[in-house]
Ligand binder design. Structure first.
Ligand SMILES: C[S@@+](CC[C@H](N)C(=O)[O-])C[C@H]1O[C@@H](n2cnc3c(N)ncnc32)[C@H](O)[C@@H]1O
Length: 434
């Protein structure tokens, strides 16, 4: 029931289909089909990355998901036994694992007093478009880790609509409700789950006798205050962005967006200044004003460039006064947390701070559809309400907009031309001219 790719070791496990479920766990090896994480990968290609999303990201919960997407719902089979037979057929056929295994586990979910197993289907009307399970052991030798996300699947013709990401988010939300602090999965896939904030724990023994990659993620946690969130992560932030998320190309493109020499640059949410490395190589004399909520991030930045002309302000770009005239303003991976109203206000400030023909370079997470944008915003509001957090307080929850929304706001703020100059997966770079 794992999320592992078919390999010889998994083929070996094909012979092992007479498994039983004991103590809520399937006590023998899993069989994966050709269509595991590489398929999920495809299905998630346009989903939202997060900057440091081990604590939260893009986690529209099921309510938000259902509220804004009329078509797709995620149902808990425990509450919908009428789907049992179809669900067993579904997982068994997709993963080519003995149907009885799924049947037993799902039936167990109806009666158990334990938190797992639980099984979920993503449905559109009467059609099953995906699903997953939370079980207490996914054929792993270590039994202390629980629960395991297993059998994650999205129909091939439904991929590219972020459904896999929604299932992943949903698993975290459910795990939290079920009282777990973390969720685990095993897979042979490298580099995919990292994008969605899953942390590679290491290679652990699988009951097949081989080792398999194990990932963990915190179940939906309490929202963290923005400055604290980045203060805590400042020490390993660069490594996360460059090694885990492989964003080197992004920063290269950002540098190339500056075709005229930079004299005075304002950076909104400069953090540790990953965006400056190439810029200082090209424009060694540029003067930088960097604003950031996190003193720890700014400390890392200050240590990197002791000899450069930098003025670093610890505060919010919404409240800091940056009226001076800049020829360029830059913001990378920082603005995807705020409402349209706040951003419009900020873009007006940016516009006013630029000299005539000044340039604003925006590089940030974006979503492909307005529906997704609204879904994330609704999830953000719901989470804040749950936790008694004010809508405008600076808390870390990713709510990226579509590039079109960003450009509309820039236009309303006064910018005369906006161009999307680069897009990859979940990131867009927009150049706006005064
Ligand atoms: C993901 S980091 C990006 C840092 C850097 N620009 C980069 O590309 O690596 C986001 C940064 O935005 C900062 N930030 C978030 N909201 C902010 C606000 N309202 N005012 C100033 N900084 C903010 C955070 O503290 C964090 O350092």
């Amino acid at each position: 029931m794992s999320n592992r790719k078919e390999t010889s070791k998994n083929s070996r496990s094909n012979s092992n289909t007479n498994n039983s479920i004991t103590n809520n766990s399937i006590t023998s090896n899993s069989i994966t089909s050709n269509s595991d994480t590489s398929n999920i990968n495809a299905s998630n290609r346009d989903t939202n990355n997060s900057d440091m999303n081990d604590s939260n990201t893009n986690r529209s919960n099921i309510n938000a998901c259902n509220a804004s997407s009329n078509k797709t719902a995620i149902i808990n089979i425990r509450q919908h036994p009428e789907w049992l037979e179809r669900a067993a057929d579904y997982f068994s056929s997709r993963w080519q694992i003995d149907r009885q295994l799924y049947m037993d586990s799902m039936q167990d979910s109806f009666t158990t007093k334990e938190s797992v197993p639980r099984w979920y289907l993503m449905v559109e009307g009467e059609e099953i478009v995906g699903g997953y399970g939370l079980i207490d052991n996914d054929f792993m030798v270590r039994t202390d880790l629980c629960p395991w996300l297993c059998a994650l699947y999205v129909e091939p013709d439904k991929r590219g609509q972020q459904l896999g990401a929604k299932l992943l988010e949903h698993s975290r939300y459910e795990a939290e409700k079920l009282g777990f602090k973390k969720v685990y999965l095993n897979t042979d896939h490298v580099g995919y789950y990292e994008k969605y904030g899953w942390h590679y724990l290491g290679d652990f023994a699988h009951q097949s006798g081989d080792d398999t990659r194990v990932y963990e993620i915190v179940a939906m946690p309490k929202l963290e205050e923005m400055g604290d969130f980045f203060d805590i992560r400042a020490g390993f932030y660069d490594n996360h962005m460059l090694e885990d998320l492989k964003l080197d190309e992004f920063y290269e493109v950002i540098s190339n967006c500056f075709t005229r020499p930079i004299k005075r640059l304002l950076d909104l949410g400069c953090g540790t200044g990953l965006e400056f490395e190439r810029l200082f190589e090209r424009f060694s004399e540029m003067e930088v004003t960097g604003i950031d909520l996190s003193q720890e991030m700014l400390n890392v930045l200050a240590d990197k460039y002791p000899d450069k002309k930098m003025q670093l302000l610890c505060g919010s770009y919404f409240t800091e006064d940056f009226a001076g005239l800049y020829d360029h303003v830059l913001s990378t991976y920082s603005l995807h947390h705020f409402s349209e109203e706040k951003k419009l206000e900020l873009y007006k400030k940016v516009y006013a701070s630029l000299e005539p023909e000044g340039i604003f370079v925006f590089g940030d997470y974006t979503v492909p559809t307005l529906e997704r944008q609204q879904e994330l915003w609704a999830a953000n509001l719901a989470k804040r309400r749950e936790q008694g957090i004010d809508e405008d307080a600076y808390y870390h929850f990713d709510t990226p907009f579509t590039p079109e929304t960003e450009m509309r706001l820039m236009k309303e703020a006064g910018f005369t031309s906006m161009d999307i100059v680069w897009q990859r997966e979940t990131t867009s770079i927009i150049i706006a001219k005064k």
